[in-house]
Design a protein around this ligand. Structure first.
Ligand SMILES: [Zn+2]
Length: 150
């Protein structure tokens, strides 16, 4: 779906929390970025006007971000892309992998008691092993998205 350019790491994590397949590489050459976008049919999200223009000249989908604030960046993106109808809590915000539902019995020792008592659905990232549940920071992010109208 998206390839998020460097300096936009925070935006990348938020897009993943919204459920979007979002590739982010802190270090990649312009050639690598354009090649990756082409190969995996991703929209480039960048603050670099020259790279943006180059992507468009190459027939790629690209979006130039103006704000340096992640909230405003999300609002900018939502004016062009529908960010509302996604599957939240489905993707790891750190590594972009799709989360796998997991039984509380398998992770009980890793989850605080009050969470065990108040949450019924848990997910694990198959790559970094991070555990997610609806009451974690994900819920906080979703509330922020709501305030932003997303
Ligand atoms: Zn992960």
């Amino acid at each position: 779906m998206f390839f998020v350019d460097r300096m936009l790491g925070r935006l990348a994590r938020k897009l993943r929390l919204l459920g979007f397949d979002t590739l982010y590489l802190a270090q990649a050459s312009e050639e690598q970025i354009l090649q990756l976008c082409k190969q995996s049919n991703r929209t480039l999200i960048t603050r670099d006007r020259a790279l943006h223009m180059r992507a468009l000249k190459n027939g790629l989908s690209s979006h130039l971000i103006r704000s340096d604030n992640w909230k405003e960046q999300l609002v900018e993106l939502s004016s062009r892309f529908d960010l509302s109808n996604t599957e939240r809590l489905k993707r790891c915000s750190l590594c972009n992998a799709q989360l796998i539902p997991i039984s509380i019995d398998e992770i009980r020792h890793r989850v605080p008691l009050y969470v065990q008592n108040t949450q019924s659905e848990f997910f694990v990232c198959p790559v970094c092993d991070r555990i997610y549940w609806a009451g974690s920071h994900v819920q906080h992010a979703i509330e922020e998205f709501r305030r932003l109208g997303i």
